[in-house]
Design a protein around this ligand. Structure first.
Ligand SMILES: NC(=O)c1ccc[n+]([C@@H]2O[C@H](COP(=O)([O-])OP(=O)(O)OC[C@H]3O[C@@H](n4cnc5c(N)ncnc54)[C@H](O)[C@@H]3O)[C@@H](O)[C@H]2O)c1
Length: 324
């Protein structure tokens, strides 16, 4: 039996596949290797995974049902970790269609697969973006999330609603994970910590939005992987609720100012960043902060890595990556 991981060439997918393989699981990884960011990075991640026994990769687009279905039928899949999606808040402002195709149609296909092929357990990526412009902090799973401020956030909220209906109607066991600003080695070139580090190394000026008056619950990749694996090991069906669908915040419960990220990066690289302060951008939110008490009590989730520590790990990897 194997686990299907969609978005396996992505940042979180790569790290989770690695952890699953390390504990002896058989993993079928799929990804369409799109060019939203450097495909060389995605291919390098897959190359690392294919060196480990128990891993098979297929270049598949999750919005194509026939392709994803044949992968499941041929691969003896019993569980799905669905991470494939068009990520990024700002990109969704100019490119909403790709979000509709990957995040809505692609997600629907995963639900259909689970329904028709008796998949025991589906864990999927949601996002802190579902909290949109909410001002009550910290963000809790029981808060109303009806006002997304980006189309990306709207697709993730839609996923949660679609999941709930499939759990209710067909008994599919589904767990949604709302990730909070994940960072770390082998990370994403479109995210602030990467852009800041790259510009710092090139002595270029970085735009800092809302004059730096923003805070994020930055979550280190190692902690996120632990949370994902805990969710895989505890299918929603086992919790005993009438509808087998459960949502968890996976954050750090440690909101940090954007300028603290800048300071951590400057410390890790031993160099100052040139800054250009700019007003707030459309689609952005001022603050995120995860209440993680549900994930702690039900999954045993316990993030351990401080921003400073995690950024040192990232910087060590990043310097090597830039040399390669
Ligand atoms: N990194 C974060 O801070 C963060 C925060 C909240 C939610 N998320 C969610 O977590 C998941 C993983 O994010 P990530 O940071 O690893 O992003 P990522 O972009 O590195 O990974 C996503 C992967 O999915 C693939 N993909 C996209 N559309 C596809 C399609 N139609 N078919 C097949 N593959 C497709 C991409 O090629 C990419 O490799 C995503 O669903 C994202 O929305 C991430």
């Amino acid at each position: 039996m194997s686990i299907l991981v969609t978005g396996a060439a992505g940042f979180i997918g790569f790290h989770t596949c690695k952890a699953l393989l390390e504990r002896g699981e058989t993993v079928v990884g799929v990804d369409n290797l799109n060019d939203y960011y450097d495909r060389y990075l995605k291919k390098a991640r897959i190359e690392q995974l294919t060196n480990v026994s128990g891993f098979a990769f297929k270049n598949v687009d999750v919005s194509n049902y026939a392709d994803i279905e044949s992968t499941v039928v041929g691969g003896g899949v019993h569980a799905i970790l669905h991470l494939a999606a068009q990520a990024g808040v700002r990109y969704s402002i100019d490119n909403p269609k790709v979000y509709a195709d990957s995040n809505l149609s692609g997600f629907f296909n995963i639900l259909e697969l689970a329904r028709h092929h008796d998949i025991e357990n589906v864990v999927y990526a949601s996002s802190s973006s579902v909290y949109g412009g909410n001002t009550k902090l910290p963000f809790s799973e029981t808060d109303v999330t009806d006002t997304p401020v980006s189309f990306y956030g709207a697709t993730k909220k839609s996923n949660e609603l679609m999941a709930h209906s499939y759990a209710h109607l067909y008994g599919v066991s589904l767990t949604g994970l709302r990730f909070f600003t994940v960072y770390g080695e082998w990370g994403r070139p479109d995210m602030a910590y990467w852009i800041f580090s790259e510009k710092l190394l090139q002595n270029q000026t970085v735009q800092i939005f809302n004059n730096g008056e923003m805070s994020r619950d930055f979550t280190y990749i190692g902690d996120i992987v632990d949370g994902i694996i805990a969710a895989i090991d505890k299918p929603a069906r086992q919790l005993g609720f009438k509808v087998p669908h459960r949502i968890y915040n996976l954050g750090n419960d440690q909101p940090e100012k954007l300028m603290d990220l800048v300071i951590s990066i400057e410390k890790a690289f031993g160099k100052k960043l040139l800054k250009d302060f700019q007003p707030m951008q459309l689609g952005d939110v001022e603050r995120t902060w995860a209440d993680i008490s549900r994930a702690k009590s039900e999954l045993g989730y316990n993030p351990k890595t401080s921003l400073e520590e995690g950024i040192v790990n990232f910087a060590t990897w990043f310097k090597d990556w830039k040399k390669s």
